[in-house]
Write a protein that binds this ligand. Structure first.
Ligand code: C2O
Ligand code: CU
Ligand code: CU
Length: 505
């Protein structure tokens, strides 16, 4: 058994080094007095090879989880009580999925970030009825990277993901297998599914009420990493790769270490960057991923934390939204890291990782403009949509319309390259996500993206008042009937109308 320190002891040693970062205060109620729990690692599911296909058997099911010391929490998960296994694919694999819905409610399962045919995408149109199953198949056409899967049920995505319907996908390719990066799953290649939750007195999750929970998206006061409360991980090697997934409904994290140590950022949503980028902090909005490599060779214990959003941040809420409780103005612990005493020396990680060309504006066949907006207050400007079918639908719009299953909002010609220009006409940041593939960010308010945003992305932060342009190729699959989605990945916004549909044909 590992030696587990009380968090109170850790707090005594807590300080920020030469970095000049703000000293975080710990405001979260849960977990402060409690002992640390060993970080859970989701099981790695490699699939079963049969007739040139890789077969995966998944079952959505309900269960009971133990997060809190004395209480249990009703949860849902895939092949387990909460969250799901990590699916491991290789570029080029032919995947055959079998998903059984053992819940007593409908659901869907969407492969976030994967380039798959619309019929296999698992969006709101591919509902899996109670007791039914769904068998999509697709070829992995993707460079190595970290992706995820989650429920995408119309109007219920936020609630189902909150209760546990999400998991990680790791894709490898020949190139990623050949470069020097920590890659032993669960040993020096560690998934971190970061989520915030809040609990009722009886231990059950407390999901969205009305008003603020929907306006800002749902913020919790307790962090779970891979479903572990107050987690600690014990590095056994001098270098560790972490695959960070922000699987929270609404919270943006500013990841950093409490001693100010720097780390190598090696991959964004869509895979490896050409070169690693040294960073001291990293903001991830809901659905964004990052792979980072951290050096533990000094043997010192350190905490992965989230810093308060810098006051002048381009992503900070404005106006009356700026006063909303708890948005991103707190610092708190994410994960304690307590290296073992004799660390195995890791090879030094590669700095040149991959190569791809930056797409040029001149390659685009057309530009589409989308405006994200929120009407303050309920039902002031009800769109014609029937987003979640609840009172808040119509509060969130794209181009003035709320999500409507009966409306295809955009039709893209297959083979085209397009620029999408996303304008945020509201007081808070929205992480804009598009299905079907990966894009490259051209600019944000006319300025080129930072180095860590130069790679492939499927989700991009659009700050209040900002305009982000990205460029994307819509190729390979043609289907005039079945739509892909684009939406804000704050799940309460998505569920209440900030989503649209597009076809590629
Ligand atoms: Cu992460 Cu439309 O999904
Ligand atoms: Cu997606
Ligand atoms: Cu939003």
């Amino acid at each position: 058994m590992k030696q587990v320190m009380k968090r109170r002891q850790l707090l005594k040693n807590f300080s920020i080094g030469s970095a000049g970062l703000l000293l975080p205060e710990f405001v979260f109620s849960q977990g402060i007095e409690k002992s640390l729990n060993e970080l859970k690692i989701p099981q790695l599911l490699p699939g079963v090879r049969k007739d040139r296909q890789l077969h995966y058997n998944l079952a959505a099911q309900s269960g009971v989880s133990k997060f809190l010391p004395d209480l249990t929490t009703p949860t849902i998960g895939i092949n387990g009580d909460f969250l799901g296994p990590t699916l491991h694919f290789k570029n080029g694999d032919d995947i055959a999925m079998h998903i059984q819905n053992n819940l007593n409610e409908e659901t869907t399962l969407h492969w976030h970030g994967l380039h798959v045919p619309a019929k296999a995408d698992g969006g709101p149109a591919q509902v899996i009825g109670v007791g039914k199953s769904w068998d999509p198949s697709f070829k992995v056409m993707q460079k190595a990277g970290t992706f995820w899967y989650h429920s995408h049920l119309l109007g219920k995505t936020g609630e189902q993901v909150y209760r546990g319907l999400a998991g990680l996908i790791i894709i490898e390719d020949d190139e990623s297998a050949a470069i020097q990066l920590p890659s032993e799953y669960g040993v020096d290649d560690i998934p971190l599914i970061v989520q915030d939750r809040r609990f009722n007195q009886d231990g059950s999750f407390r999901y969205a009420g009305m008003g603020m929970d929907i306006m800002s998206g749902l913020f919790g006061d307790t962090i779970l990493v891979n479903g572990t409360l107050s987690p600690v991980f014990t590095p056994t090697t001098s270098k560790v790769r972490f695959r960070l997934l922000n699987a929270s409904n609404a919270r943006t994290y500013s990841f950093a270490f409490d001693d100010g140590r720097k780390f190598q950022f090696v991959a964004s949503d869509g895979g490896l960057l050409p070169k690693s980028v040294e960073l001291q902090s990293l903001e991830l909005a809901p659905a964004e991923r990052a792979e980072i490599v951290v050096d533990f060779s000094d043997g010192k214990a350190v905490n992965l934390i989230s810093l308060p959003m810098a006051p002048g941040s381009q992503f900070a809420p404005r106006g009356m939204m700026g006063n909303m409780r708890a948005m991103n103005n707190q610092a708190f612990n994410i994960l304690a890291l307590q290296p073992q005493s004799n660390l195995e020396a890791s090879q030094s990680p590669a700095t040149n990782l991959t190569s791809f060309k930056r797409m040029q504006e001149s390659e685009a066949n057309r530009t589409r403009q989308l405006t994200l907006s929120m009407s303050m207050g309920m039902g002031m400007r009800g769109g014609r949509g029937r987003g979640g079918g609840n009172m808040m639908s119509g509060m969130f719009q794209i181009n003035g319309e709320a999500m409507d299953m009966n409306v295809i909002n955009q039709r893209v010609s297959v083979g085209d390259t397009e620029i999408w220009e996303i304008t945020n006409d509201s007081m808070m940041m929205h992480p804009f996500h598009i299905h079907h593939g990966q894009f490259q960010i051209l600019d944000r308010d006319g300025r080129p993206p930072a180095p860590q945003e130069m790679g492939f992305k499927d989700t991009v932060k659009v700050g209040p008042g900002q305009t982000v342009r990205f460029i994307m190729k819509f190729e390979d699959f043609s289907d005039a009937e079945t739509a892909y989605m684009y939406h804000c990945h704050i799940l309460e916004h998505e569920d209440n109308g900030m989503m649209g549909q597009f076809t590629v044909s």
